[in-house]
Design a protein around this ligand. Structure first.
Ligand SMILES: Nc1ncnc2c1ncn2[C@@H]1O[C@H](COP(=O)(O)OP(=O)(O)O)[C@@H](O)[C@H]1O
Ligand SMILES: Nc1ccn([C@H]2C[C@H](O)[C@@H](COP(=O)(O)OP(=O)(O)O)O2)c(=O)n1
Length: 223
């Protein structure tokens, strides 16, 4: 008998620990993992390579989101992202990409195109952890487990700074958390949990503790 379908949806603001937690949960339960932010980031990279300014030519961005060939590894051991044959695995994590991505992610038809792709990945995989900003509310509102992962802004800024290295420009780090959350929250609701979504505050929890909290939410019969 094949195992029951299982979608664990994790939303939250930047730096709340979505990727680390999702990866850890997927690894422990043997599930696939999709970082949906990497899809928006990949489109932002492709758009930049094509010399498109999203604020001037949003229709060109929509075209890229609809037509691009996107190859994303959903295993927990690799995290490669290839768009139209170009490997952008490293570039999507650059602070320059972080600074550009909201301009792409706030175009509603771009969201519609990528949401459809995300749902295909979930359906193909069957058992997956999906993370982003609108997975619990828009992409997979019927997920068996729905979590909104938050942490105090100062803690999120400190975590991101530690991740990027002490030499990183502090203004850039603050922009990538505070300004980006403000822009992203114009199109997604990730500051308050929607009905049926469990709020998990990671401010005072280490990564293993957060992973344990999420796994405890998964019905034993589905693990
Ligand atoms: N509970 C936690 N305690 C301490 N550091 C954490 C915790 N969760 C994540 N981190 C660290 O914070 C940084 C941002 O985490 P990440 O998972 O990339 O967040 P997000 O995907 O929400 O932007 C990473 O360097 C990660 O190792
Ligand atoms: N489901 C999603 C996932 C990401 N986004 C947007 C919002 C973010 O600015 C970018 C990048 O998301 P990502 O999760 O990689 O960002 P962080 O790791 O949280 O800093 O994409 C979104 O609008 N909806």
């Amino acid at each position: 008998m094949s195992p029951s379908p299982l979608v664990i949806a994790i939303d939250g603001p930047s730096g709340s620990g979505k990727s680390s937690t999702s990866r850890g949960v997927a690894h422990r339960l043997g599930l696939a993992h999709l970082d949906t932010g990497s899809m928006y980031r990949a489109v932002a990279c492709r758009v930049a390579h094509l010399g498109i300014d999203p604020t001037v030519n949003p229709n060109d961005v929509i075209e890229v989101a609809r037509q691009c060939r996107l190859e994303i590894d959903t295993s927990t051991t690799r995290d490669s992202v290839i768009i139209d044959g170009e490997d952008v695995t490293q570039e999507i994590r650059d602070p320059q990409t972080s600074a550009k991505v909201s301009a792409v992610a706030t175009i509603q038809p771009v969201r519609d195109a990528l949401t459809a792709r995300m749902r295909h990945v979930a359906a193909d995989s069957g058992r997956i952890v999906m993370e982003g900003r609108d997975i619990t509310t828009v992409v997979c509102p019927d997920a068996q487990v729905k979590v909104l992962l938050v942490a105090d802004p100062a803690v999120r800024i400190a975590r991101r700074r530690a991740e990027l290295g002490e030499t990183i420009d502090m203004a850039q780090v603050i922009d990538s958390i505070v300004r980006r959350d403000r822009d992203d929250s114009t199109v997604s609701t990730f500051e308050q949990p929607a009905e049926g979504v469990t709020l998990v505050d990671s401010t005072h929890l280490n990564l293993d503790q957060v992973i344990d909290v999420v796994i405890d939410l998964v019905p034993v019969s589905l693990r």
